[in-house]
Design a protein around this ligand. Structure first.
Ligand code: GTR
Length: 325
């Protein structure tokens, strides 16, 4: 027997699987745009296993991968209103909603993956995480999203000059739109699930993403030219509806937080392996990777900083991130 209980706007699926005594199991739904097996999907599944184990089966997590619950922007609204309990999304679509998420989305802010980890694991990361509270969310973990680079179906790109007039899909964030404009190209924000056919039909020339997304979303099939410009290293966010989190006892809240923390190491390990695997796969399938001199790209981003790093609070976070050694 299954029954749905509506609690503070959230639909909790209480399965009648009785564990030991008379305690029912609450199944929490989690969304992800990526397919099964992708490092973020596997990390959330791992989180779910830990939660289940540490709550003696009172809670379980069901991961709805492959955008089964919708595209990122829509699922962000769903988790904010408590329609879904958990969501794993990029930080970028939060840029217009939570000013602090601007910081890790900025082009070339992080000097390396190690720098990004130190920033996100430290005080700057904690401040960014705390800001999710304003929009009805609890930030459970930051996961790796690697470096995003441009790819297209038309030609190999080597210099800034080659970017002129090209049409790229970007993730739905103004920073990304401005980033592309600063490079002399045109940006079209659109949901992830529409990118493949938009490239295939020539509506856009290409998009920008890390190797695992370029590979698993099959964009490599239709856009063979990958420019390793690594313009941003925006991390992924794993969030929980505050309405769902607030229903947990303080002990269970601590279990959820710790399980999320423990899933980070797992995700990073899976991520590193996936980047290698995807890069090798797309290269073997004929993708042509060009490695530009990054300095002109870095210099071109000045207007993006001028526009998006005005507020004193954001400026302080950017300075603090840069100061992390
Ligand atoms: C991926 C990210 C997804 C999604 C996608 C996109 O790198 O993991 O969550 O944001 O990019 O470009 O829409």
């Amino acid at each position: 027997m299954l029954h749905f209980s509506k609690l503070a706007g959230a639909t909790w699926l209480a399965a009648s699987l009785l564990i030991g005594s008379a305690s029912a199991q609450t199944v929490l739904r989690s969304s992800d745009t990526h397919p099964d097996g992708y490092p973020t999907v596997e990390a959330v599944k791992y989180f779910g296993e830990l939660v289940k184990e540490r709550t003696a089966g009172r809670y379980a997590v069901e991961v709805y991968h492959s955008a089964q619950l919708g595209e990122e922007k829509d699922t962000i609204e769903q988790v904010r209103s408590g329609v879904i309990d958990l969501n794993r999304v990029s930080m970028a679509p939060f840029n217009g909603l939570i000013a602090e998420t601007t910081v890790p989305s900025l082009p070339y802010l992080f000097r390396s993956e190690e720098h990004m980890h130190k920033v996100m694991d430290g005080d700057v990361g904690n401040q960014i995480a705390a800001a999710f509270d304003q929009v009805g969310l609890v930030l459970l973990a930051f996961y790796d999203g690697g470096a995003r680079s441009f790819y297209n179906s038309k030609k190999p790109i080597n210099t800034l000059e080659d970017m002129k007039g090209m049409k790229f899909r970007v993730i739905q964030s103004d920073i990304f739109v401005d980033m592309v404009a600063a490079l002399g190209a045109n940006a079209t924000p659109m949901p992830y699930g529409e990118v493949y056919s938009a490239i295939e039909t020539g509506v856009i020339d290409g998009a920008e993403n890390n190797f695992p997304s370029y590979d698993t979303a099959k964009h490599a099939e239709v856009a063979k030219f990958y420019l390793l410009d690594e313009h941003t290293m925006v991390p992924e966010a794993f969030v929980m509806a505050k309405s769902s989190f607030d229903k947990l006892t303080p002990e269970d809240q601590a279990i959820f937080k710790q399980a999320a923390k423990d899933s980070v190491a797992k995700q990073r390990e899976l991520w590193t392996a996936k980047v290698k695997e995807s890069r090798a796969k797309v290269e073997a399938a004929g993708s042509q990777i060009t490695t530009p001199d990054k300095q002109p790209f870095i210099d071109a981003m000045a207007p993006v900083y001028e526009k998006h790093v005005k507020d004193a609070k954001i400026k302080a976070l950017v300075d603090a991130a840069r100061a992390v050694q």
